[in-house]
Design a protein around this ligand. Structure first.
Ligand code: NAP
Length: 352
């Protein structure tokens, strides 16, 4: 067993703000309490939520412009990073010591209840310290063994938030084999995960993306692509004359108003992000007259995460890594994410 250091390097937020609000610091090594494990982090993926949490871009129900995290007020300082892969370095009281040394993928959700269908009400890196650190504490029942998975640590790190969110959308929207779906923001972390996971369950995927990213989105498995800013809706109809069964949307904004009529009878619009704008006005008649459903989807449930772990263990997805950075270059990594020129996921390497 490796001796544990007394301190660790971490990147933590001191307040909402620009890149300067994220500071590189040396912290005392945390000690696992009852029911917790200490994970030695080897890889941590970035997500758009890291940028929005840093900026405080989520607003509050009573004030959409208020600086806030996705669940409201964020307690600072806060180590960022939801997506964690590593090995168990130490266990707290009451946790099986045999876990020490196992390679694990961490479910980053904090759930609002027990059971397989509990809703996520918190996230590592937002409501608890996360994985932009050499070590992090997590609940023992949130670590999933990945001993026999063929994916690398960096690949596994891309899964929890992006693929977890994508799987949550597919499950909540009841997407089935043989259906046709439209994926928006298709080159991003959640978007590419949607493309792969929808294909994995036998759906036909039409992907909406920027012109320069069409070939990468095709390579990830999209059956057809539409170019953002082009003649999106007539082209969608050319691919799906009856309309699509589901729209898997992380962009929202104007897309909702223009796209809703292109859902077929009984179709579902599942939304999990608002990069295109968080105000959406649409003709409500286009919703109810066709038995369409508008479904909000945030992250995953424990059941969705178990399904994701199964898919990962059998290599059912092929994560795309856009770039890798050491922890000391976390600001560059976030800047690259914010520039949106990437395809796939940006990962911090923490091992070594
Ligand atoms: N609800 C949840 O649980 C949850 C979880 C994770 C993420 N999210 C949200 O989902 C969204 C995507 O996250 P991500 O991590 O996948 O981000 P990402 O990796 O940065 O990808 C976002 C993609 O969206 C497209 N896009 C960006 N700005 C756009 C705009 N103004 N109009 C249209 N398309 C735009 C771009 O793809 P193209 O160039 O291909 O169009 C971009 O690559 C974010 O809003 C994020 O907060 C929600």
């Amino acid at each position: 067993m490796r001796t544990l250091p007394r301190t660790m390097r971490a990147a933590r937020l001191t307040r909402h703000g620009g890149p300067e609000a994220l500071e590189l610091v040396e912290l005392p090594l945390p000690t696992p309490e009852s029911g917790q494990v200490l994970v030695r982090v080897s890889a941590a993926a970035l997500n758009n939520t890291d940028l929005w949490t840093r900026e405080g871009a989520y607003g509050l129900p009573e004030d959409p412009h208020a600086k806030a995290g996705w669940r409201g007020r964020v307690e600072f300082p806060r180590v960022q990073g939801a997506d964690i892969v590593g090995d168990v370095a130490q266990v707290g009281p009451g946790v099986d010591p045999a876990l020490v040394g196992s390679r694990v993928l961490v479910d980053p959700a904090l759930y609002g209840g027990t059971g397989p269908h509990a809703h996520p009400v918190g996230l590592l890196g937002s409501e608890r310290d996360g994985g932009y650190a050499e070590y992090t504490l997590v609940a023992a029942d949130r670590v999933h063994s990945m001993e026999n998975a063929n994916l690398t640590d960096a690949e596994l790190a891309t899964l929890p938030t992006a693929y977890g969110t994508a799987l949550g959308m597919l499950e909540r929207g009841g997407v089935r084999r043989g259906e046709t779906v439209l994926v928006t923001g298709a080159s991003g972390g959640v978007g590419l995960a949607l493309v792969q996971l929808a294909r994995e369950r036998g759906a036909r995927v039409i992907a909406l993306t920027s012109a320069g990213k069409v070939s990468a989105v095709r390579a990830a498995g999209a059956d057809a692509t539409l170019v953002r800013g082009g003649r999106v809706w007539p082209e969608l109809r050319a691919h799906a004359p009856e309309g699509v069964d589901a729209v898997l949307d992380v962009v929202a904004g104007d897309l909702v108003e223009h796209g809703l009529p292109h859902l077929r009878e009984g179709g579902r619009w599942i939304v999990a992000g608002a990069l295109g704008g968080h105000g959406a006005a649409f003709d409500i008649r286009r919703l109810y007259l066709h038995n369409r459903a508008l479904i909000g989807s945030s992250m995953h449930t424990p059941a969705h995460f178990d399904l994701l772990v199964d898919i990962a263990r059998r290599g059912g997805v092929a994560p795309v890594i856009a770039a890798r950075y050491p922890l000391v270059e976390v600001h560059r990594a976030q800047a690259e994410l914010a520039s949106r020129a990437h395809v796939g996921k940006i990962v911090l390497d923490l091992a070594g």
